[in-house]
Write a protein that binds this ligand. Structure first.
Ligand SMILES: Cc1cc2nc3c(=O)[nH]c(=O)nc-3n(C[C@H](O)[C@H](O)[C@H](O)COP(=O)(O)OP(=O)(O)OC[C@H]3O[C@@H](n4cnc5c(N)ncnc54)[C@H](O)[C@@H]3O)c2cc1C
Length: 380
């Protein structure tokens, strides 16, 4: 079949899905294109949700318009796929046939509530923000369970609102990925804010319904708002029995192809089989969306299926990272000073690669990429 006659179905409606849709049309796909997405708010960017949208500086999510793509949109949840007969079935019972399928169902927030316990608050969707924001408007205290990127962004939004916030985790903030050097710097910066850290090895349980606190070991903490930021879970339930998902997610090769011919995957739901772990960041979802689209058309991708750039905003600082993680040991300071909250840092890895971090320092991502490629040596 010519690629122009192919029916391509994308399941998912976020950045990986939208990038794939745009790339399919940009690379000349003239056949039918259908997107099945479960989010009633449609296509929007998640990174601002935990930053200025949660702080209250922006009211709405940043949405994307796909009108120019001649795309059929089905707002529903895919509940199963028959990869032999090439059909996706939605919750409403609609069967959607495909010649090529792109799986872009991302991840959902990992929850820690007891199975029958209601009222847990997480932050993954615009709807989550819509219900959390008015509660923060009225809150004086908050607890955040999890000191990863999302937990620290939520804590930062609370601090910016003048809320006293306690962040609970096994490890110091961001230490697992950014290492002790930057984690210590963030803890020092938090001392000047209303953010406190509590570490525990014990499992954390939510207390109350609605949730009014947490308990671990023999400690109980209460707050006006408790937010769980305990990682994410790939959305693969609708792929049960299809033979392409396992406990990590949907394994893909360098073309974003899954183990089933004609089925590709991109974004937070996917993991590179060569690495055996997901890299659930924005730039990766964009790169994989492009590669999955090209592969679905049988064309050469125009980029690699991974992109190791990500950014976060913590306690008023923008942190941009290009290069492999985790970071260990002390960096070389290329410019500025961490104590002053503005530094350009370089970590060298044993395999010869480098990671560049702009810590509170305004630097174009392109420059950071060049520095990472050239081991910290700027090129023109
Ligand atoms: C609050 C927040 C802040 C973030 N900030 C940053 C940041 O600063 N920097 C960074 O690099 N990354 C950040 N990320 C991560 C980044 O947003 C994700 O990597 C990116 O959204 C992944 O895109 P995706 O398209 O793979 O999946 P997702 O964004 O998870 O979207 C998947 C979509 O698929 C839909 N879906 C799921 N199951 C089904 C189904 N069965 N049928 C139909 N549709 C389905 C869902 O409704 C969802 O809309 C952040 C994430 C969050 C949640």
């Amino acid at each position: 079949m010519s690629s122009s006659g192919r029916r391509i179905v994308i399941v998912g409606d976020s950045i990986a899905a939208c990038t794939a849709a745009r790339e399919l049309r940009a690379r000349g796909h003239k056949g039918s294109l259908t997107m099945i997405g479960a989010d009633a708010d449609g296509c929007y960017a998640r990174p601002p949700l935990s930053k200025h949208v949660l702080k209250g500086e922006a009211v709405e999510a940043e949405t994307w318009d796909l009108c120019d793509l001649d795309i059929t949109t089905i707002v529903d949840r895919a509940v199963s796929t028959d990869t032999e007969n090439r059909i996706v079935t939605t919750a409403a019972g609609t069967d959607v046939p495909y010649d090529r399928l792109i799986v872009a169902t991302g991840a959902a927030a990992r929850r820690i509530a007891a199975p029958d316990q209601a009222g847990e608050t997480v932050l993954r969707t615009f709807d989550d923000v819509r219900s959390l924001r008015p509660r923060l408007d009225a809150a004086q205290t908050a607890i955040v369970v999890g000191a990863g990127f999302l937990g620290m962004e939520v804590a930062s939004a609370c601090a910016a609102r003048g809320i006293a916030v306690t962040v609970v985790d096994v490890d110091p903030p961001l230490q697992r990925l950014l290492g002790s050097f930057l984690s210590d710097a963030i803890v020092a910066r938090a001392e000047a804010s209303s953010v406190q850290f509590v570490r525990t090895n014990a499992p954390v349980a939510l207390v109350g319904e609605p949730v009014t606190g947490i308990e671990f070991a023999d400690t109980k903490l209460a707050a006006d708002v408790v937010v769980t930021c305990a990682g994410d879970v790939p959305q693969t339930d609708w792929l049960d029995g299809a033979g392409i998902a396992d406990r990590i997610g949907v394994g893909v090769d360098y073309l974003c192809a899954t183990a089933i011919p004609g089925v590709f995957a991109a974004g937070d739901v996917a993991y590179a089989r060569a690495a055996s772990r997901r890299a659930p960041f924005w730039s990766n979802a964009v790169a994989q969306g492009k590669v999955a689209a090209a592969s679905a058309l049988g064309l050469e991708p125009t980029c690699a299926p991974t992109d190791d750039y990500f950014w976060t905003e913590i306690l008023g600082l923008s942190i941009k990272v290009v290069g492999p993680l985790p970071l260990q040991g002390e960096p070389t300071v290329l410019e500025g000073s961490v104590d002053d909250g503005s530094a350009l840092l370089q970590w060298n890895h044993e395999d010869g690669r480098a990671t560049i971090v702009a810590y509170g320092m305004k630097k174009a991502v392109g420059l950071l990429r060049k520095l990472a490629r050239n081991n910290g040596v700027p090129t023109t």
